[in-house]
Design a protein around this ligand. Sequence first.
Ligand code: HEC
Length: 139
Amino acid sequence: MAGVSHASAQQQGESAPNRGERLFESHCSACHQYDDQGMGEAPPLEDSPWVVGPSERLVRILLHGITGRIELGGRVYDREMPGFGRILSDTDVAALATYTRSRFGADEPPVTPAEVKRTRDQHAGRTAYWPADELLELR
Ligand code: HEC
């Protein structure tokens, strides 16, 4: 599946920002309430320390998922989110992370496919979701 969308993206010469936005709309917005439907039960992404902090936090979330207590926007969440590491390529995760970070307030350089690959390789075989508080220890 990822391979198919990958190929068509290349055929259309899609730019990385457009790809990031398209992936965000199809994989994130429903749960995180950016589809104008109000269906999501997931925490907000604006200025979240998991989004605007060190990029490795977001890359790990996208690859492996996240669980545990999260306090954001005056609310407490204690739920779980599955990762996308099995269906998205390093290029897709990089485009998605770069788009998400710039849309929601990170003033940082783009996330590269090489960075995603490094994190993926370091945690090859991981199936557990990341505990939210453990990600905050990443600097
Ligand atoms: C199935 C619903 C669902 C989908 C799809 C989903 N998330 Fe989540 N996400 C959640 C939930 C629920 C949490 C809270 C987990 C917890 O309480 O520990 C969360 C937490 C997060 C967090 C950390 C907390 C915060 O709000 O900053 C980030 C960052 C995040 N998601 C980004 C994304 C991105 C980017 C995508 C698209 C690739 C995505 N999520 C797709 C449900 C989802």
